[in-house]
Design a protein around this ligand. Structure first.
Ligand SMILES: [Zn+2]
Length: 413
């Protein structure tokens, strides 16, 4: 509450948009005395940020101290946001490192990096597929050269390095784990944890990663806007919401906070640390599953059972129901090198597949039968073979390209 009070006072004095919000409602920061009172203030949306960008930047912070960031807007047009240089990254790192420490991985321990970072010297050069960063003790492996032939070299390099942990994009560590399982290559015995970041970790990815590496797979949820941070601990995969980072609300269809076990809601967050461009009750458009349980690790944090990802990570059935991508089974991707779902028609989904040499028509039949069994008759799947599936600029892998406009509650907005 003290953190919130400090932030609201700052907003009232220095941020024109919030000053207007308070004045229009005849409120003062001191009128917000509880988390419940916070709901007297409206939510901040991406559309409002587009319109009010200049009014959302604090007047008392010099322009030279601002760092701009990009995130995707509601209509696909990039949205510009501002943070305070150095402060934003430092605080973010502190929270993430604390969580990673729970897994037994400490700063300075040997760690493999398999994410958007690339070795500095001409990253796409075949000879420069790895680099050692002595400051953090990182072995950085290129995400661009993970072909079937090269992966033997990757595994050898990792074994020689004897890492305590691997920081990885789920889609990349999944490629490595599948490769190792396919060829019967045993895990790296020094590993204490796989630390996933930046992408949604699907349960079918977690299964195989845990099976191959035989260690904790830690996942966390955060966003460019830095309003909510939540992560797993040393014993439990549910997301512990870090209350020192900001205030998290899970808002259901009726705009009320959800409280029932298993209820779905949108993640709405108020971040404590961005004084340059404060986000109060920011609608992330990400969907989470609420739980009233507490973790046995003893940290008394609220938990989120699952994060279903962005609203755009849902498939829409013929009847307009939203089906989370997280429920799609893993077992169907035998002999598949890469895959991606694509939807532009309600009830119809195209599955793009990059085949491995052993792929046959039987695999197609099995895939379609498995999907039908799991997803029912309400979604029809079609297979399309492609040569490659491109990653986004920041190396993120999209398992679903959703072209339909989606709103919470299963209705098309
Ligand atoms: Zn815990």
């Amino acid at each position: 509450m003290q953190q919130l009070q400090n932030l609201l006072n700052h907003c009232y004095v220095n941020v024109p948009y919030y000053r207007r919000i308070f004045d229009e409602r005849r409120l003062l920061p001191k009128d917000i005395r509880s988390f419940r009172d916070l709901r007297k203030l409206p939510c901040l949306t991406k559309d409002i940020i587009m319109k009010e960008l200049n009014n959302l930047i604090a007047k008392n912070i010099p322009k030279s101290k601002l760092a701009s960031l990009r995130t995707s807007g509601s209509t696909g047009i990039p949205l510009i946001l501002y943070h305070q240089k150095v402060i934003a990254d430092s605080i973010e790192s502190a929270f993430i490192w604390r969580m990673w420490n729970w897994s037994g991985y400490k700063i300075g321990d040997r760690c493999v990096i398999l994410r958007e970072n690339t070795p500095k010297k001409s990253a796409r050069d075949k000879e420069n597929w790895w680099e050692w960063d002595p400051i953090y003790n990182y072995l950085i492996l290129s995400p661009h050269q993970m072909t079937e032939e090269n992966l033997y070299k990757y595994v050898k390099k990792i074994r020689e390095f004897k890492p305590t942990a691997i920081q990885a994009l789920p889609s990349l560590i999944f490629i490595l784990a599948s490769f190792m399982e396919r060829h019967g290559i045993a895990c790296v015995s020094s590993l204490k944890a796989i630390l996933c970041c930046s992408e949604t970790l699907f349960s079918w990815q977690r299964e195989i990663i845990e099976r191959v590496f035989k260690c904790r797979v830690l996942d966390f949820y955060g966003q460019t806007e830095h309003v909510v941070l939540a992560g797993g601990c040393e014993i439990n995969n549910t997301f512990h919401i870090f209350p020192e980072y900001g205030i998290t609300e899970i808002i259901g269809q009726s705009d009320e906070p959800v409280s029932q076990e298993g209820a779905l809601g949108e993640i709405v967050g108020t971040g404590f640390y961005n004084y340059a461009m404060p986000f109060i009750r920011y609608r992330t458009k990400d969907i989470a599953v609420w739980t009233n349980e507490r973790c046995n690790c003893g940290r008394a944090y609220h938990l989120l059972k699952r994060i279903e990802g962005r609203l755009q990570d849902f498939v829409v059935s013929k009847t307009g129901h939203l089906i989370p991508l997280t429920t799609i089974p893993y077992s169907f991707i035998n002999n598949v090198w890469q895959f991606q779902f694509y939807q532009e028609v309600q009830g119809e989904v195209i599955l793009r597949i990059v085949r491995m040499p052993d792929y046959t028509v039987k695999d197609s039949q099995y895939i379609l039968a498995t999907l039908k069994e799991k997803m029912g008759d309400n979604v029809e799947f079609f297979i399309e073979f492609v040569d490659d599936i491109a990653r986004s600029k920041r190396e993120k892998y999209l398992y679903l390209i959703q072209k339909l406009p989606i709103g919470l509650g299963g209705t098309l907005s």
